[in-house]
Design a protein around this ligand. Sequence first.
Ligand SMILES: C[S@@+](CC[C@H](N)C(=O)[O-])C[C@H]1O[C@@H](n2cnc3c(N)ncnc32)[C@H](O)[C@@H]1O
Length: 270
Amino acid sequence: MTTLDLLRRLMGDVPVFELGHVWLAGAGPGDPAHLTLDAVAGLAQADVVVHDALVDPRTLAMRRDGAVLEFAGKRGGKPSATQADITRRLVELARQDKRVLRLKGGDPFVFGRGGEEALTLAAQGIPFRVVPGITSGLAGLALASIPATIRGVNQAVILATGHGADTEEGLDWAALAATGQPIILYMAMKTLDRIAAALVAGGLSPETPAAIVVSATLPGERVLTSTLADIASDAEAAGLEPPAIVAIGGIVTVREQLLALMPRVLEAVS
Ligand SMILES: C[S@@+](CC[C@H](N)C(=O)[O-])C[C@H]1O[C@@H](n2cnc3c(N)ncnc32)[C@H](O)[C@@H]1O
């Protein structure tokens, strides 16, 4: 049975990848177990897969026989393609009547530049479709037993980037601290010390629980819990490296509560 046969059985109608179309798709946080059926349908039909660095090799291996892989991400040390280069390439491939799967980690519209790519494709008259993925900010937390929301603790959750936190364009961290709502940070490992200091200066308690989830869903997954005051130095001492998600707020304590209760669960199933 081919992948498309299986998808037909599971989905009924499988969306048809038309020639000259681009699908802007999310591959989820890493482990192929978190791919959507729509993303698999894209992999099973695409002629070219233009992918970022965070897309797992096992996911790329699911592409149809003969589909070409094009890397469009950042790779340590080597010059990476600019966003303009990437969108130009997507337009070029679509105009060659290729079925182009633009595959990104997580969700393409969450800190993934999918919005910019959609706008450029639309402006150029290229038909495209958005295939959502599970964003690492939510999946990473869930897998570390940290709920993004929990009744009585928070009524909102802030997804923020740490990118640019050390520049003039950085976020107003005091304003975020003033909301009292948990903050989930992407791309924040380099600037975590500054962000933590700015949040404390903005009124958050230095004792606010904080956690880092590294390589969520992947074999190298690691979870570190600490406080806002210590999270950056603890991460450095533990040698934590990106990709990582940082969670700050009362939601983090749920992890400790669940871990403490696990012996009861294990007892019940043994
Ligand atoms: C350019 S952003 C892309 C975010 C992506 N579009 C999403 O929705 O997850 C890259 C950042 O996402 C986070 N990230 C992506 N995959 C991750 C993973 N498996 N574990 C932890 N963080 C991850 C890290 O903060 C990383 O620096």
